[in-house]
Design a protein around this ligand. Structure first.
Ligand code: MD3
Ligand code: FE
Length: 212
C-alpha cells in the first residue's frame, strides 16, 4: 500500500514549451560521470577558438562517431580530435539506450545519437545565446543531461533579444529539445561559485545529437 504522503508522485516528464521536455533528476549521475571521466582521460576538456579568434569560455570535448569542433577554420563536426588526432571515445551502449528511450517518451522515435558534446562550466562562466545549426537534420532532437553544480538555462525566442524562459537545471536532469524548439535561441546564465559532491565547483552538460 502506497503511503499518502508519497502521492501524487511527480510526473516523470514535464512539457516546458513546444518541443521542450524536462525529466527531473532522471539519470544516474554517477553512471554518466563515469562515462565523462573515461572520455576526459582520453581527450581532456579544452577551450576551443571561434572562427573569429575568440576563446570559448565553456571548455568542451566529445564522444561518439564525430565531435563538435571550432577553430579559425569554422564550426563543424570532426571524425577525430584535430589536436591529438585520436578518434573520439565511444558512447557506451548503456548510455546510448538511455538517451534513445528518453527521446521516445517525448515522441522522438528511433533517435540514435552519433555525437555527444560535453561542456564544462567553471564558476562565472556563461553560455551566450545561440542556435545549434551545425547538425544536418533539424528534425532530429537534442537530448541534454546536466551534472554537478546547478545552472539557469534560458530559452529565448526566434531572436536573441527579449525576455527569456528561465529553467533551473540540476544534476541528473534530462532535457529534450525537438521540433520547432530546435530553432530557438538558448543559453546558460553565469555559473554560481558553489560546489557539488560529484563535480566540485564545475557544471558538466552532455548534449546528445545526431549530427551526420
Ligand atoms: C535548444 N548547452 O551545448 S543544453 C549546447 O546546458 C548548449 O550546457 C546548454 O546549449 C547547456 O549547445 C543547453 C540544452 C540544449 C541543447 C541544444 C539545443 C538546448 C537546445 C539546441 C537547440 C535548441
Ligand atoms: Fe546549444
Amino acid at each position: 500500500m502506497q503511503h499518502d504522503l508519497l502521492s501524487p508522485q511527480a510526473p516523470e516528464m514535464e512539457k516546458i514549451a513546444d518541443g521542450v521536455f524536462l525529466f527531473r533528476s532522471n539519470v544516474d549521475e554517477k553512471q554518466f560521470m563515469e562515462q565523462v571521466n573515461k572520455v576526459i582521460d582520453e581527450i581532456p576538456f579544452r577551450h576551443m577558438i571561434t572562427p573569429g579568434g575568440k576563446k570559448i569560455n565553456v571548455a568542451g570535448t566529445s564522444m561518439g562517431k564525430c565531435g563538435w569542433y571550432s577553430d579559425r577554420r569554422g564550426y563543424r563536426y570532426e571524425m577525430s580530435d584535430p589536436i591529438s588526432k585520436k578518434p573520439w571515445p565511444e558512447i557506451s551502449s548503456t548510455i546510448s539506450k538511455i538517451i534513445t528511450d528518453a527521446a521516445a517518451k517525448a515522441g522522438f522515435n528511433n533517435f540514435i545519437a552519433d555525437s555527444c558534446f560535453i561542456n564544462c562550466y567553471s564558476p562565472g562562466v556563461r553560455l551566450t545565446a545561440h542556435i545549434d545549426q551545425d547538425e544536418r537534420d533539424f528534425t532530429q532532437p537534442i537530448v541534454s543531461v546536466s551534472l554537478g553544480v546547478s545552472a539557469i538555462f534560458q530559452i529565448f525566442g526566434k531572436t536573441r533579444g527579449g525576455k527569456a524562459l528561465n529553467i533551473p537545471l540540476h544534476s541528473g536532469d534530462l532535457l529534450i529539445f525537438g521540433g520547432s524548439a530546435r530553432r530557438l535561441y538558448h543559453g546558460v546564465k553565469k555559473l554560481e561559485n558553489t560546489v557539488h559532491p560529484l563535480t566540485g565547483d564545475k557544471r558538466i552538460n552532455l548534449t546528445f545529437r545526431k549530427a551526420l
